[in-house]
Write a new protein. Structure first.
Length: 294
């Protein structure tokens, strides 16, 4: 997650980063919920898997495992969020979650063992809940300070006036409407008006390439277009669910190969200050950056 997330942060792909974080949280929560349910339903089998033998030993460990399982989901979420905070530059929060996970467990377990030894195993879900409350207090504080952040993960959200997000069908007839929306979005920023033609032509060539590459196989689905602008630059991300295909690896070697389907992208890539491709979670992603005119 760190390597992919670092790549997305470097490309300023907050949409991809949000997808990555949400996907990681879903996978971790689903897996741990299933594991928790299995332990609650059949703790004896898990106890035997840990080597417990005999009715007394299995019964004691089964009761402990049931209690401990309640801490699995909070601990899993905390470990994911620790990485997210590290990616977003919240080093203090990331470090605090890492150290508190060890220190708080030791302190709380020691306290329970000393004060209420019969309830020592309850220290695990108690510590998990306490760390979750602390993390939620931290994220809530930052969200209230900046509503352009996601309330739980703190992944940046684009303000509506600086972002354009839409989906369009894999049909060549839909290009005009998509390009009209892109044009209106770009010219709304005075600093970027001089780049409107470059942005439209580049997006048109990429979208046309997507439609042609799918060859009508995805007519019942849409592909996504995301644009974000500031006074200094415009960033676009175009994602489709077709088979993995990097058009940047199939560019013609020279400007005389007019029959190459990627000829247009070769020409237009020179007008785009940054043009990248990546394939993630079954989606092709083309990312580009245009800087405002001086």
């Amino acid at each position: 997650m760190i390597s992919i997330g670092g790549f997305l942060v470097g490309d300023e792909d907050v949409t991809g980063l949000r997808m990555l974080v949400n996907h990681a949280l879903r996978v971790v929560c689903m897996f741990l919920l299933v594991l928790t349910a299995a332990i609650l339903i059949w703790p004896e089998g898990v106890a035997m898997a840990f080597g417990a033998r005999g009715a007394d030993s299995i019964g004691t460990l089964s009761q402990a495992l049931r209690i401990f399982s309640l801490a699995l989901v909070p601990i899993g979420i905390i470990n994911v969020m620790r990485v997210v905070f590290q990616l977003l530059g919240h080093r203090f929060a990331s470090g605090t979650l890492f150290t508190s996970q060890m220190l708080m467990m030791d302190i709380i377990i020691g306290g329970f063992a000393f004060l209420v030894p019969a309830y020592t195993w309850w220290a695990f879900p108690f510590a998990g809940a306490l760390m979750m409350v602390s993390m939620l207090a931290y994220t809530t504080f930052h969200y209230r300070s900046d509503h352009n952040l996601s309330p739980f993960t703190l992944v940046p959200r684009r303000p509506p006036e600086t972002s354009l997000d839409f989906s369009m069908p894999y049909q060549i007839e839909a290009l005009d409407e998509g390009l009209r929306r892109i044009h209106n979005f770009v010219v709304a920023c005075p600093q970027l008006q001089g780049r409107a033609n470059d942005v439209e032509l580049t997006c048109e060539e990429i979208m046309k390439n997507i439609i042609q590459h799918t060859q009508g196989r995805l007519l019942k689905r849409d592909f996504d277009v995301h644009l974000h602008r500031t006074d200094e630059k415009l960033v676009f991300i175009i994602k489709d669910a077709g088979s993995a295909f990097n058009p940047l690896e199939h560019l013609p070697q020279n400007n005389s190969d007019l029959n190459n389907p990627q000829f247009g992208i070769r020409i237009l890539s020179s007008t785009c200050e940054k043009l990248n491709y990546k394939y993630m979670w079954g989606q092709n992603m083309m990312l580009g950056t245009f800087h405002a005119n001086d």
